[in-house]
Design a protein around this ligand. Structure first.
Ligand code: SF4
Ligand code: SF4
Length: 191
């Protein structure tokens, strides 16, 4: 955590460009946050976040973009939406996280968690190809690419024997729709 963050700030010194960007791109107004902390109280993963959901909203308000782009919480939010359900101002924190995560990825900001980006890329590839997360092929691919050849092998073997894991990855009926979504996202990025 940067010590600079605790320097007293004057209102006219705050950079509001990130706040405005999030309002424009994500249609989220963080000014509506009343700092009640209900988001943090209900977050399923706040205990492992470096910045809690309430603090993340405050960091956006303060324009602390560098801190947000490199925070670990970006990669441990599971998009469960509990914080959105609990927020009296309906501030969509996972949507803010998605936006900042993508920005961090584009800018090549390194994560502190080894292989987390590899896992995200493989998961998205699985969805792009089959329309779903094919767990067994995904884990096999991940273990090979991250050179953890025997990781979860015993557990995976047991689950396979009990019929809980399938080596196949059936494709969803309307896979063209999924592919169109990916194309639209890629076109929006380029545009
Ligand atoms: S629940 Fe909503 S209003 Fe309350 S601190 Fe969190 S973001 Fe702000
Ligand atoms: S969506 Fe993310 S930030 Fe919100 S409650 Fe779930 S894990 Fe926490």
């Amino acid at each position: 955590m940067s010590a600079d963050f605790y320097k007293p700030m004057r209102l006219n010194e705050i950079d509001s460009s990130l706040q405005e960007e999030i309002k424009k791109v994500c249609d989220i107004n963080v000014e509506l946050c009343m700092e009640c902390g209900k988001c943090t109280g209900g977050c399923s993963n706040a205990h492992i976040f470096d910045y809690t959901p309430r603090k993340i909203v405050q960091l956006v308000k303060l324009g602390a973009e560098k801190t947000l782009l490199s925070m670990d919480a970006l990669w441990t939010c599971v998009s469960c939406q509990l914080c959105v359900d609990r927020c009296p101002s309906q501030i969509n924190i996972p949507h803010i996280m998605d936006y900042i995560r993508e920005k961090a990825h584009r800018q090549g900001v390194k994560t502190r968690r080894i292989n987390v980006e590899l896992f995200h890329d493989l998961m998205l590839n699985s969805i792009r190809k089959t329309g779903r997360v094919a767990e067994a092929p995904l884990m096999l691919n991940f273990n090979l690419r991250s050179r953890q050849y025997m990781k979860d092998a015993v557990l995976g073997g047991r689950m396979f024997l009990k019929g809980k894991l399938s080596p196949f990855s059936p494709v969803v009926k309307d896979i063209d729709h999924v592919r169109r979504l990916f194309k639209k996202i890629a076109d929006n990025r380029e545009g």
